[in-house]
Design a protein around this ligand. Structure first.
Ligand code: HEM
Length: 418
């Protein structure tokens, strides 16, 4: 009889120490971790997986979810009613029913219908800066594109959009405070923004119930599956959750993507030669410099990865960005190649939208906005130049730039842009 022995982990950081600051290059640390300790028990007691196959496997596993087997979220000691109704914090069967209902508002067809509007918003934003020869990629493009779109999708009147977007930005920082980052002033700003947002949504939902339209909120209010609907608290949590899930992330994809392109002038030139590669280029930006570096799962049963048995109820960090550069899966993974996903041979999907039951629900929207924003800017503006060598990171749990000043020379008016 053969006995399978499991290895005993030696806790450590193995070259990749998480810190509150945003390092310019977390990837070399991830590489060291993946090469020396791909199944890693950290000194803080969480497990980290950094190989592509392990990351994909835990994300897709039916034996892992978001909550512990006692139904609590990691770190939670008492059930707090009202918190945690967002689908990303749920396991089946609650997750399955919430996701089915909310998905009705996020079909690829519904999102594709927004293409002309995304293009018009992008053209308008670029028109405003074209004569200046300089802009901040975040304030002038990466933030207003997703912010305007989500406001319009929800039917927020134009006069409220700026306040609403500022509340969203502040409330999103709540993700930091949950992780114990930030001072009392930040916590106060987050609480005030969150309660403003909830109050605003409550009024908006009440108004929509009396006068349904074809906006996102009306679709969520009426979404029905076999007689089932979202209850008022679920409707509120998932509307606010969608807003927060899609805000900084899309800013990060557009901002990091453009920064990466400017830092790789040959790839930028290849993309200009082949505008049809924009779909591939955005996938490569997600793989190479995506805004979310990791996602989390809790094991509902013991799992063995690379000979280490990880016990039930362990928190496992699926290191998306480390898996995205795994040489076992990607050819020349450290190379940024805008045509990687345009070649005929099938390239594995990147992990930047997570995977399994929780695969990002907003992926179609994020892709479309980024393809249009990045594709239009690189076709309209030449001689792109970063003013600063180092990125000024924003206040975020994710890899999201705060400001990216650039210089450029405009070459085309809006009407002839891509
Ligand atoms: C570049 C932009 C984005 C990135 C990189 C991103 C990434 C992610 C990731 C990594 C997850 C967790 C998946 C997992 O753990 O398996 C997720 C979940 C989610 N995202 Fe996104 N996201 C983006 C944009 C958006 C947008 C625009 C929306 C909607 C407006 C959105 C809505 C959601 C929702 C609702 C979930 C939870 C899905 C579930 O639990 O079933 N995301 N996203």
């Amino acid at each position: 009889m053969t006995e399978t022995k499991t290895k005993t982990p030696v806790p450590g950081w193995y070259g990749s120490i998480p810190s509150d600051s945003q390092p310019e290059d977390p990837y070399s640390g991830y590489r060291e971790l993946r090469e020396t300790q791909p199944v890693n028990l950290t000194p803080e007691g969480q497990w980290r997986l950094s190989r592509y196959e392990d990351v994909r496997s835990v994300l897709r596993s039916h034996g892992a979810g978001m909550r512990q087997t006692n139904g609590m979220l990691p770190g939670q000691t008492v059930e707090e009613p009202g918190r945690g109704q967002f689908m990303l914090l749920q396991d089946p069967p609650t997750h399955t029913r919430l996701r089915k209902l909310v998905s009705k508002a996020f079909t690829p067809r519904a999102i594709e219908g927004w293409r002309p509007r995304i293009q018009a918003v992008t053209d308008d934003l670029l028109d405003r800066v074209a004569d200046r020869g300089e802009m901040d990629l975040v304030a002038d493009l990466a933030r207003p594109v997703p912010a305007t779109l989500i406001c319009e999708m929800l039917g927020i009147p134009p006069e409220d959009q700026e306040t609403f977007t500022n509340w969203t930005a502040d409330a999103t920082h709540g993700l930091l405070t949950v992780r114990g980052i930030g001072d009392d002033a930040l916590r106060a700003r987050v609480d005030s923004a969150a309660s403003n947002l909830i109050g605003y949504f409550q009024n908006l939902i009440d108004a929509r119930r009396k006068n349904l339209g074809d906006d996102l909120l009306s679709v969520l209010i009426t979404a029905e599956e076999e007689g089932d609907r979202l209850d008022p608290l679920e409707l509120l949590s998932n509307s606010v959750g969608l807003l927060i899930a899609g805000f900084e992330t899309t800013i990060g994809l557009i901002g990091n993507g453009l920064t990466t392109l400017i830092k790789h002038p040959e790839e930028l030139a290849r993309l200009r030669e082949h505008p049809e590669w924009i779909v591939s280029a955005v996938e490569e930006c997600l793989r190479y410099s995506g805004p979310i570096l990791a996602s989390v799962r809790v094991l509902h049963e013991p799992h063995t990865f690379g000979g280490y048995e990880i016990p039930k109820d362990s928190e496992v960090i699926a290191m998306l960005a480390a898996g995205n550069r795994d040489p076992e899966v990607f050819d020349d993974p450290e190379r940024f190649d805008v045509s990687r996903y345009a070649r005929e041979l099938s390239v594995p999907d990147h992990l930047s939208f997570g995977g399994g039951a929780h695969l990002c629900l907003g992926a179609h929207l994020a892709r479309l906005e980024s393809q249009i924003a990045i594709g239009t800017l690189v076709q309209r503006f030449d001689d792109l130049e970063l003013v600063n060598d180092e990125t000024e990171w924003g206040l975020s749990l994710f890899r999201v730039p705060g400001r990216i000043p650039i210089r450029f020379r405009a070459n085309k008016p809006a009407s002839s842009a891509a």
